[in-house]
Design a protein around this ligand. Structure first.
Ligand SMILES: [Zn+2]
Length: 124
């Protein structure tokens, strides 16, 4: 029997619902990752523990999305997506305040869209 990826990611999704950003921390090498995996992407170790991020980090990449890729996001377009390197070391993609720039420090907030909690980063 295999575990589904949604099962692996459950702590992350449950964290969002409680207004928390959670990430996986590797007990073997200390690497942090936000996308749920069965093993550490750095060393392949399988001793991964979930921790809660402070939700603060630096913008690593920015994309302006003018045409939403799916109906679900059409109402939000145009919108800004960023990849943020959290202070804990993990990178996470989320929505962001328009005009946010690479290198800017940001804090994670949350908003609800079609019954899902999404992350939105705003400059500090
Ligand atoms: Zn590792």
């Amino acid at each position: 029997m295999s575990v589904s990826i949604s099962e692996v990611a459950r702590p992350f999704v449950e964290g969002l619902a409680e207004g928390e950003l959670r990430y996986q921390s590797c007990a073997d090498c200390g690497a942090a990752q936000t996308l749920a995996h069965y093993a550490c992407q750095q060393c392949g170790g399988e001793s991964l523990a979930w921790r809660t991020s402070k939700g603060v980090g630096v913008v690593y990449a920015v994309t302006e999305v003018k045409r939403a890729p799916s109906d679900e996001y059409r109402a939000l377009a145009p919108y800004t997506l960023v990849i943020v390197e959290l202070d804990e070391g993990a990178r996470l993609m989320g929505h962001a305040t328009p005009g946010v720039a690479i290198g800017q420090r940001v804090r994670a907030g949350f908003f609800e869209h079609q019954d899902r909690q999404l992350v939105r980063f705003t400059p500090i």
